[in-house]
Design a protein around this ligand. Structure first.
Ligand code: UD1
Ligand code: UDP
Length: 379
């Protein structure tokens, strides 16, 4: 049996890799799960939910870690692991430093790299930073490019990736979402159980982007405080990323606000339940931009560009930038202009149909000579 090694390190990679790991475990291939531990609590939370016990854990996390330390420790740790286990293929997901470091390490060992969520491009090397560069580097060393959509496939073709090496699978985040969202898990924080009762409006917020940290994120904190003051009937739910740089910037203006609920990162089941309760989603997250549209939630994205244009084109996602005044104005407009709200609240599924992991496994099996591909997503 060929040995396939999924490698991941952060929360979004864990969520998007979980359906693949589960499918690999019941396939004709052997699965050896390696985590780098770039994240700790937020990574372990996801593995526990999906019953995944890693076979190897590099445990590299440090408080306020630098990009270089994540890169160096990942490559160094994998060097030893590859020598000991010799996988037939390595699977990496997305655009984190874990995924790019793992791709480089595998390439140096002449191990084929399978890139899940390949071909996303914002067109700006510095936004998102460093993710746009990370995913372009991974594309250079990957053998199999699993593009979530036709848009991402077209980006790869423009960069001269051979069509034979690209498969459009859909995004596995939709597999994960569909497996989780209906479960109605209880909230760990009792305050969350009352959210959305009696038809009150809910603004669900997440923010963590490296290029937004500092002054921009302080502005996001002030915008949330102004929104809390502007509308007493609005509840703002804000699960805050573990990064201390995020917390220091965004939290001070929110102290003492009665209608702002600040929580630790929610376990994925709780987060998807909160997504389905939300009236509006305000975020700079990649994954949330993909999930919320499939639940018909209007999404305001605090960025100037996106590598996920599909839901913008469908009208459910709107790019609003990061200016404090614009954030306040765009949320208030959605809250008070019914026509505008209805025009954005469309359930659309441009990112997947729940079968991305199946297509992923079939494409890997074909590459390793133990299976055949199945029909692509969206054709
Ligand atoms: C990382 C990824 C980013 C992804 C994001 C998802 C890179 C360069 N960045 O950014 O692409 O969108 O994850 O959330 O790969 N921390 C903890 N516990 C945790 C997680 C983080 O304490 O479970 C703290 C640590 O102090 C750590 C810091 O957060 O040093 C930053 O984590 P890091 O992974 O370097 O950056 P993120 O901003 O999380
Ligand atoms: N998420 C979660 N708990 C939270 C916030 C987000 O489980 O408190 C999930 C969310 O559903 C999505 C993923 O985390 O699938 C997105 O992760 P993040 O925003 O950290 O990274 P990005 O997608 O921007 O890389």
């Amino acid at each position: 049996m060929p040995l396939v090694m999924p490698i991941y390190g952060t929360r979004p990679e864990a969520i998007k890799m979980a359906p693949i790991v589960q499918a690999l475990k019941v396939s004709d291939m052997e699965c050896f799960v390696t985590v780098t531990g770039q994240h700790r609590h937020m990574l372990d939370q996801v593995n526990e939910l999906f019953d995944i016990v890693p076979d190897a854990d590099l445990n590299i996390i440090q408080p306020r870690q630098t990009l270089s330390s994540v890169l160096v420790k990942t490559i160094d740790g994998l060097d030893q692991l590859f020598a000991a286990n010799r996988p037939d293929a390595v699977v990496v997901q997305g655009d984190t430093t874990t995924s790019t470091a793992a791709a480089i390490a595998a390439f140096y060992h002449s191990i084929p790299v399978v890139h899940v969520e390949a071909g996303l491009r914002s067109g700006d090397l510095f936004s998102p930073f460093p993710e746009e560069a990370n995913r372009k580097i991974t594309s250079q060393v990957a053998s199999l490019h699993l593009a979530p959509t036709q848009v991402s496939k077209a980006n790869l073709l423009r960069e001269n990736v051979r069509p034979r090496n690209i498969v459009v699978t859909g995004n596995t985040v939709i597999d994960a979402l569909l497996a989780t969202v209906g479960k109605l898990v209880p909230f760990g924080d009792p305050n969350l159980e009352r959210v959305g009762a009696e038809g009150t409006k809910v603004l669900l917020v997440t923010t963590h982007r490296r290029e937004n940290q500092g002054d921009t994120m302080r502005g996001i904190g002030r915008a949330l405080a102004r929104l809390a003051d502007a509308d007493d009937d609005l509840t703002i739910v804000f699960p805050v990323h573990k990064n201390p740089a995020v917390r220091e910037a965004v939290l001070p203006p929110l102290a003492g606000k009665r209608n702002v609920i600040i929580t630790e990162p929610l376990a994925y089941g709780e987060f998807t339940r909160m997504l389905s309760l939300a009236t509006i989603v305000l975020t700079d997250s990649g994954g949330v931009q993909e999930e919320a549209p499939s639940l018909g939630k209007p999404v305001l994205v605090m960025r100037d560009n996106t590598e996920r244009p599909e839901a913008v084109a469908a009208g459910t996602v709107r790019l609003i930038g990061t200016d404090e005044h614009r954030i306040v104005a765009e949320v208030l407009r959605l809250l008070h202009d019914e026509k505008h709200f209805v025009s954005m609240a469309n359930a659309v599924n441009p990112y997947g149909d729940g079968n991305a992991a199946k297509r992923t496994i079939a494409a890997i099996a074909e590459m390793l000579g133990v299976g055949t591909r199945i029909d692509e997503f969206g054709v």
